[in-house]
Design a protein around this ligand. Sequence first.
Ligand SMILES: Cc1cc2nc3c(=O)[nH]c(=O)nc-3n(C[C@H](O)[C@H](O)[C@H](O)COP(=O)(O)OP(=O)(O)OC[C@H]3O[C@@H](n4cnc5c(N)ncnc54)[C@H](O)[C@@H]3O)c2cc1C
Length: 352
Amino acid sequence: MLVARELVASGCSVTLLDRSKFGQEASWAGGGIISPLYPWRYADAVTVLARWAQSFYPSLQANLLAETGIDVELVASGLLMLDADDAETAKRWAIANETPMEDLLAAELRIREPHLGPDFKHGLWMPRVANIRNPRLLKALVIGLLEQSRVSLNSHCEVQGFRVANAHIESVRAIVNGETREFGADRFIVCAGAWSRALLRESDPGVEVAPVKGQMLLFRLQQPLNRSILLTAGRYVIPRQDGHLLVGSTLEHCGFDKQATAQAREVLLKSARELLPALKENEPIAQWSGLRPGTQHGIPYIGRSRLWENLYVNTGQYRNGLVLAPASARLLVDILLERTPIVDPRPYALPA
Ligand SMILES: Cc1cc2nc3c(=O)[nH]c(=O)nc-3n(C[C@H](O)[C@H](O)[C@H](O)COP(=O)(O)OP(=O)(O)OC[C@H]3O[C@@H](n4cnc5c(N)ncnc54)[C@H](O)[C@@H]3O)c2cc1C
């Protein structure tokens, strides 16, 4: 949807096809943290997109509010990473990337977060990290696109394949209400998240995108227990403005299965209660899962197909698809419209 928004702003007409309702899959399921977790552990190609997007998000929030009346609640809650065993690497990365990061010792941790569990000894504090209500972002994007005369949104429309002649796609074949329909266009873009590989198998068999399941829990609290996002050993708790608290997340390689499990519930509960022991008084009110689009090299694919000249791809953002989304969309549209790209596009190119 951000790609469509970017294309429309550039004067293009766009037809979106989704086999479900728009904005119901991983982008809905995610935590909405506008930063990679442990950002120094990612390739520079991820960092440059994240930085671009982080500075873009405030204007996106303001524009969506003005256009749709929906506040996506971009809140700079900060991110507190506890007992990371590579803190020195983190600090070097922060200096090199001009990103604010502070060392906090045990006593300072409790001043910042009085309800924090007793076992944590050290923290890395990134005050500028924000979180967003991603379901609201998706809702605002849908409403914003519905307002546009040059956009056609087609939900419950499952793309099954392409009609190709001379390395040029002429149309996509989709199932709508049990019937096959063809949709023509000048150019086609695959951004089908964890399901992208099936659509690229013929054109770009080297694009390896695999589903990585993540489960989340939701609490509703009478009183907030934390001000910032707290993170330890890959698990986090995210405070929302309205008293909800999100707990994430698991990393499971089990194909396209989206079942929520009792085992994940226990694992997430244990981590959340280590971070915030007062959560022992509460039970989660919801549990869900989503499928992240994972790539083998940890970098998304953003660019043109190697085989079919009018096919483009924007997928594989893995754990970072919300933070990277505006930058990924802008880069893809820069490539498609042959504009000067916001960042060097080569690291994201599809494999030969
Ligand atoms: C538990 C969890 C927590 C996360 N937390 C964060 C976070 O805090 N911060 C962050 O930046 N990222 C986070 N992520 C990652 C982020 O959610 C994903 O990287 C991102 O949502 C991927 O976006 P996408 O549009 O590529 O995929 P999706 O949002 O999954 O969308 C893909 C769309 O393609 C459609 N589709 C698939 N196949 C077809 C077809 N054949 N025809 C038509 N339509 C099709 C689907 O219906 C779907 O609507 C999290 C993910 C999970 C699961």
